[in-house]
Design a protein around this ligand. Sequence first.
Ligand SMILES: [Zn+2]
Length: 174
Amino acid sequence: MTPEALVALANLGRPRRPAGTSVARGEPILPDLAGASGQLAGLLDRPVTEPDLAGLRGVHHAAARAAEAILAGEPVDCAELNALAADSTARIELVVTDGTPSQRLTWDDATPASALARRLITELSALDPARLRRCAREQCDLLFYDTTRSRTRRWHAEDPCGWRERQHTHRTRR
Ligand SMILES: [Zn+2]
């Protein structure tokens, strides 16, 4: 499983250099409702509302700290995430499939922030810390999760970091 929410949240606000531009830009993190809705579009199924903004900023903060802790080989602060996820509760249900009884947990997330915090906890409990890394291109600060079997991925993305780095290596070798 790729910790998509963790990586996406931890990368918010880090300078990016889109193809065709020469200056890296760090955008403000969850600045207002429109900005936050855009930045979290891939993680939430609805636009951000005013009452949710503070909680979502808290979740971003927790994700960024958790990622930095993993990169530094330090323990993640569980209390911060657990407090954010406290409004997510589950109830247990008995279900019968083809005559066989089994149990099912049905989740109720009171807020988008608690839903996202719950997802982070699931991701953090399943990830391989050695696969979470920083892009190897010097000018890039983005994080990525290496899912290759060989664990040899070096760039957060081929475009632009992979090919720019190879271009650079090629030029300096000649
Ligand atoms: Zn990169």
